[in-house]
Design a protein around this ligand. Structure first.
Ligand code: SF4
Ligand code: SF4
Length: 464
């Protein structure tokens, strides 16, 4: 195959990916690009008020990306233990700087997050922090297994009440049976009735849910507010998802709709993915330049925080932080939140448009799809592909210079083998579909794996 044929073949496969951005929020050991140093205030955190008058810090600490011993992440080192000392330090620092909302779940970090969160928080007076955890009964939704999971959360967190308890991430509908995920996991099995009684007894202070999925399911559950009196709800929102979530992946719902429906009913809102898995803190080069030109001293992430600050129904926004500079930068952005001017907002709209049309894979590295039964490192493969795309190491029809093409080919293939074990690469996907039902971003994972496999094969073929 000559280079021209190769490039022609690529144009459809490679750039047809869903739009979004590169550069996931990598764990320790990776430079926190786009962050700006400066003073970190201890007494200026913006606060919001929940349904019961409790003051909540606008910055919430998401305990799903925590440091592991030896650095790196659980993806890099699946047998690693969490680095409790580093976690304690980060939690101490967060509390000292006004953060009081900590969000965990039984399924985070292979089940280790809740216990690590409990250990770190128990070292502080109970009135200094609020804890959120979830009913993550994804794989076994029987009443017995679900209630066991609920009680275990109290044990791991070392608490006698949970401040915010969520029905974790529903939104799907079984295509064959028409059965809703929400009904199956929480209603039909009696789990929601049990949790409502727990709220009455005061062991749950606020009962809510987190959503990823189909609009019809969201609308149905929001309307159930009249019956269940939700104390809060958790949605994905940031300046890209506000208008572009649906365009990026047609199964996703724009944050504008989610926010407005909750706002109408005065339901306090918790935000997840305010930085899209870290990608809004480390934009593609051309979009980063748009913001840096406008204000070179502001971090990229701070723009996302200021955008969220415009919405009064938001209670707190959760960021998964495993590097101290991420935590410090987020505190600076929220202590206090600075309003956006009309010019700032117009610029952010243009950045969101550019971002949404960049052909990266919208993976946030959340790991919900893992483990793949065939051993693929799904988030690692997507992170590698997105990084190469952002660094200009994906050869496309625009790569007309032979020398440039060779450089891009070498960069992609060499770093692919270096970052992903050969047995865990895209060509081992057998289309079993197991991962599809777990991806909150609705990424067509097997389709993307085959796209990357085809691309890699074409690169290799062009070597001969
Ligand atoms: S479809 Fe592919 S990536 Fe997904 S679980 Fe199956 S083998 Fe793994
Ligand atoms: S579940 Fe989706 S977003 Fe999360 S790591 Fe897997 S592919 Fe990425």
């Amino acid at each position: 195959m000559n280079r021209r044929d190769f490039l022609k073949g690529l144009s459809g496969a490679v750039v047809a990916g869903a739009a979004v951005a590169a550069g996931c929020d990598h764990p320790n050991g990776v430079q926190a690009e786009g962050y700006t140093p400066g003073e970190v205030p201890t007494d200026k955190m913006s606060m919001r008020t929940d349904a019961h008058g409790q003051q909540v810090s606008f910055l919430g600490f998401g305990m799903m990306r925590l440091p592991v011993e030896g650095g790196g992440s659980l993806r890099d080192n699946p047998d690693a233990k969490l680095d409790q000392e580093a976690i304690n330090q980060m939690v101490d620092y967060a509390i000292e700087h006004g953060v009081n909302y900590f969000d965990t779940a039984p399924v985070y970090l292979k089940g280790m997050s809740e216990a690590a969160t409990g250990i770190a928080l128990a070292r502080h007076p109970r009135d200094r922090w609020l804890v959120a955890t979830k009913m993550s009964n994804f794989r076994d939704w029987s009443y017995e297994a679900s209630i066991k999971m609920y009680h275990q959360s109290f044990e791991y967190l070392q608490v006698d009440h949970i401040d915010y308890y969520l029905l974790h991430s529903f939104g799907g509908v079984d295509k064959e049976t028409g059965k809703s995920d929400f009904d199956k996991r929480f209603v039909d099995n009696g789990v929601l009735d049990f949790l409502l009684k727990e709220r009455e007894a005061g062991r749950i202070r606020n009962l809510g849910w987190s959503f990823h999925g189909e609009q019809s399911e969201f609308d149905k559950v929001v309307a159930l507010h009249d019956k269940y009196h939700w104390d809060f709800a958790q949605i994905q929102m940031n300046y890209v998802d506000w208008h572009y979530a649906h365009e990026i992946e047609p199964e996703n719902v724009n944050a504008e709709h989610l926010y407005n429906e909750l706002d109408k009913r005065e339901i306090p809102i918790v935000i997840m993915e305010p930085l899209l898995g870290g990608r809004l803190g480390k934009l593609q080069d051309h979009t980063a330049a748009m913001l840096k030109e406008h204000d070179p001293n502001r971090s990229l992430a701070s723009w996302a925080w200021r955008h969220l600050g415009m919405y009064p129904r938001i209670l707190t926004a959760l960021s998964g932080m495993n590097l101290m500079e991420h935590l410090q930068d987020n505190i600076r952005s929220c202590a206090p939140l600075e309003p956006l001017s009309d010019d700032d907002l117009a610029l952010l709209d243009r950045v969101a448009d550019e971002f949404a049309h960049f052909p990266a894979i919208p993976c946030t590295s959340c790991q919900y799809c893992m483990p793949c039964p065939y051993g693929l490192d799904i988030p690692g493969i997507f992170a590698h592909y997105n990084k190469c795309l952002n660094d200009g190491d994906i050869a496309t029809e625009g790569t007309v210079e032979q020398r440039e093409f060779r450089r891009a080919r070498k960069a992609f293939l060499t770093s692919y083998d270096a970052s992903i074990d050969r047995l865990r690469q895209a060509d081992h996907c057998i289309d079993c579909g197991e991962c599809l039902k777990h991806c909150p971003q609705s990424i067509k994972i097997p389709e993307k794996m085959h796209m990357i496999e085809d691309y890699t094969n074409k690169l290799k073929d062009s070597l001969v």
